[in-house]
Ligand binder design. Structure first.
Ligand code: GLN
Ligand code: ZN
Length: 766
């Protein structure tokens, strides 16, 4: 029986990699220092896994930016536009690599970065491989071999991790018409064989092929590609031990295919879908080993040993010890590094802490499970402590709040419905609000300058009193209100200066949430996030935003829009409890937001925006599961929005997304106004709304807020003309794509003045 790990966090437990990369990028350090920093992290990771007792320790799970980009460099899939970077001899391979990740503006070259997108349903982003019709591959970077040899030199025999060829192709994008990327499999395979040959010469024993696509919806062609490549690899290397991993979903209809592949071991995710153990055990042939992903690689909860042991024993009976591997469910890069670094008892109390495990602890859990399964002579405390922590979680008054549970139980039909339908509300709102055609507004945040952030950090350090801090924020808010009035914006916002982050700000004020000091998880490149932890029943002890909204409204005769984050987005960007369905937690958050919306209305706020940028990214990986998710997600939004009178106008906002396949569900959210990020698509994203004849009001973003560039009045007029051609004028709003938090004041002011002018041009044209 072997213990295995699929991947260990590479950011370093004190975010050493972030610092090393950013120093190198800014020219503060040289490439040798960067390489050394990477080496130190790898060594530490390998050694700690070895000391913990992991048998199959991963290598090549380290990356300076992203493991998919590593793969593109390994197989030489380097888009043409970077060839000049390669030709510049003073550049190292890493410089080319960073140019692909981040773009390149040097030596008279100006090359855009490769596209980035979400890694399955996680918050990790990978660099999308680009393929052309006659795409050629060749072994380019030897990183994988180098890191394997590096570990060998340290006396640790590792298991190289490689993205499987089918998954690698499916992760990419066709950059020209006339071919399907999966057809490139024949071109790609020889490079994999090349790599394996070199590893074989180094006497590698195990190689891990990550093929998460094997647990998603596949076409016949994809399935054939799986059969083809693994048959060929097996033919070429009959003795190589191949661990094929799947995660984030269940094999389901691909079970027969998966167990028929000629590999040594198959890894399945039993945290996400525990039920798949039965069907896989029923189908598994006698020569296949099974790796059971029982320790949650994506969340922060301590493993329930008793529960895992039931699964492991079940498999053991059928397979015997030789054919069983114990693993985390997926790579631990989605977990924070080390719980023992959490020393702030005030936020992460000892009671909460006993329920948690981060990557470092999860490695130990895998080994403990093996010992427990082997009935080795273990300190009995190890099991009893684990049982006790779980019993405590079942009943802890920190978690369980009967009033919240009862309120969720008693939600009725009318609670997720506004009093009247949109047509009635529209008339009521028109009378109450008195807005012009093409009303102008913004999405919420105004520039969070270094100065504003310094106030917050001084306040947290005790260098400013609350009164002093509030006074500074008030001043900044007032200036922002005045600017919006002067520039002629119709619906104002307060600017969100009091917020660090759109989820954390609410989490800090809601019961049932807590925060870590060092629970960083890589989001992309050197960028890390520290998601809040939802550990208990959620409720709102007191109003969260009324103070700032009421203050702002008191400054102006124009309407100031209240600004909230929606329940699905709060859920999606947090670590979520695993002792109840996500839908239940989401409903609790929805009720808390609903109370806030009602309180805002009572305080005289007539327009409230509930941001839901994460609705689409919450979609399940398998299409068959979409409807049930969308049902509870949309319902949660509606619960949050439906406590107010007809004349109170509810807005929502969504960032750049494909709306086509969920447009019915967006309509079901029934927000009075939706603003969307649209400008970079030249209003194309609006077509989904037009084709659907979306009945409510809509504000397609008229300029890109990701760039400091000030858009001209004319280009915004043109975009609005485009919008007007497909959406009736009395439904249209005028706004930027998204919040202005990351912009500077100078460009923000200029851009908004032009935007208001563009709206006026359109008003005059009708
Ligand atoms: N109200 C938020 C802001 O303006 C919305 C951000 C978002 O949707 N990403 O910052
Ligand atoms: Zn946005």
């Amino acid at each position: 029986m072997l213990t295995n790990n699929l991947g260990y966090p590479r950011i370093g437990s004190n975010r050493e990699l972030k610092k090393a990369c950013e120093h190198y990028w800014s020219g503060k350090t040289n490439i040798q220092q960067l390489i050394q920093a990477g080496k130190a992290i790898r060594q530490r990771n390998w050694e700690l896994q070895q000391e913990a007792g992991i048998d199959l320790i991963p290598s090549n799970d380290f990356s300076f930016y992203d493991q998919v980009l590593d793969m593109s460099l390994t197989v030489g899939a380097i888009p043409k536009r970077y060839h000049d970077v390669i030709l510049n001899k003073s550049n190292a391979e890493l410089d080319l690599y960073f140019a692909m990740a981040r773009g390149y503006q040097k030596d008279g070259l100006d090359i855009t970065a490769m596209e980035m997108t979400k890694w399955f349903d996680t918050n990790y982003h990978y660099i999308v491989p680009e393929f052309v019709k006659d795409q050629q591959f060749k072994l380019f970077s030897t990183k994988l071999l180098d890191e394997y040899n590096e570990s060998k030199r340290l006396g640790i025999k590792t298991k190289p991790v490689i993205i499987g060829p089918v998954t690698y192709l499916l992760l990419g994008k066709e950059k020209e018409a006339g071919f399907e990327r999966i057809d490139l499999i024949k071109n790609l395979l020889p490079v994999y064989l090349d790599i394996l040959k070199k590893l074989d010469e180094q006497h590698v024993e195990w190689v891990q092929f990550d093929e998460p696509f094997l647990s998603l919806d596949l076409t016949e062609k994809d399935k054939a590609a799986f059969k083809y490549v693994y048959t060929e690899i097996r033919k070429a290397f009959p003795r190589l031990k191949i661990l094929l991993t799947t995660y984030f979903e269940a094999l389901k209809d691909n079970t027969a295919l998966a167990v028929s592949l000629p590999v040594t071991a198959l890894h399945i995710d039993l945290v996400r879908v525990p039920e798949q153990l039965e069907s896989v055990l029923a189908a598994i042939p006698g020569n296949l080993t099974l790796s059971l992903g029982v320790v949650d690689g994506r969340n922060i909860w301590k493993n329930d040993y008793q529960k895992s042991l039931v699964q492991l024993e079940n498999a053991l009976t059928k397979l015997g010890t030789d054919r069983l591997i114990i693993s985390p469910s997926c790579s631990l890069i989605h977990s924070p590094c080390d719980l023992s670094l959490e020393t702030n008892d005030a936020t992460l109390t000892p009671e909460i802490k006993q329920w948690l495990a981060f990557a470092r602890q999860k490695v130990d859990e895998v080994v403990m499970l093996k010992w427990l399964l082997n009935k080795e002579d273990l300190d009995p405390y190890i099991l009893s402590e684990n049982i006790q922590a779980h019993e405590n979680r079942l009943t802890s008054s920190l978690i369980h709040n009967q009033a919240v549970k009862q309120r969720v139980e008693s939600i009725s039909e009318k609670d997720d419905r506004r009093k009247h339908n949109f047509a009635v509300r529209k008339t009521a709102q028109r009378e109450a609000l008195g807005l012009p055609l093409f009303p102008t507004t913004t999405i919420g945040s105004f520039p969070q300058t270094a100065e504003v952030r310094s106030w917050r950090s001084k306040y947290k350090k005790g260098e400013l009193t609350l009164t002093e801090y509030d006074a500074l924020i008030e001043r900044e808010t007032e200036e922002t209100i005045r600017f919006q009035e002067e520039s002629g914006i119709d619906v104002l916002v307060h600017g969100e200066f009091e917020r660090n982050d759109m989820v954390e700000y609410f989490g800090e004020q809601l019961a049932g949430f807590t925060f870590t000091k060092n629970g960083w998880v890589q989001s992309y490149g050197s960028r890390c996030v520290k998601p809040p932890v939802i550990y208990g029943d959620v409720h709102r002890p007191k109003a969260m935003t009324v103070r700032w909204s009421a203050f702002s409204q008191s400054l102006s005769d124009k309407w100031v829009k209240g600004m909230l984050t929606g329940p699905v987005t709060i859920l999606q960007w947090s670590f979520v409890r695993n002792d109840q369905p996500r839908s239940e937690t989401c409903t609790q958050i929805a009720l808390a937001i609903r109370d806030e919306v009602v309180d805002l209305e009572k305080a005289g706020i007539k327009i409230v925006q509930i941001d839901e940028p994460a609705i689409r990214e919450g979609l399940p990986l398998r299409k068959a599961d979409w409807q049930s998710y969308l049902e509870w997600a949309v319902k949660a939004f509606r619960i949050s929005a439906s406590g107010v009178a007809d004349e109170t106008q509810i807005h929502t906002h969504m960032c750049y997304s494909e709306f086509n396949d969920i447009i019915q569900n967006i309509a079901d959210m029934d927000a009075d106004v939706i603003t969307i990020e649209c400008s970079r698509s030249q209003m194309e994203l609006l077509d989904a709304f037009a084709d659907f004849k979306y009945p409510n009001e809509i504000g397609p973003g008229v300029y890109d807020i990701h760039s400091p560039r000030v858009p001209s009045r004319n280009e915004m007029v043109n975009l609005l003309e485009k919008a007007k051609a497909v959406i009736p004028v009395d439904q249209l709003w005028v706004n930027p794509d998204c919040g202005l938090k990351t912009r500077h004041w100078d460009e923000t002011k200029k851009a908004l003045v032009e935007m208001v002018a563009a709206a006026k041009v359109l008003r005059e044209s009708v």
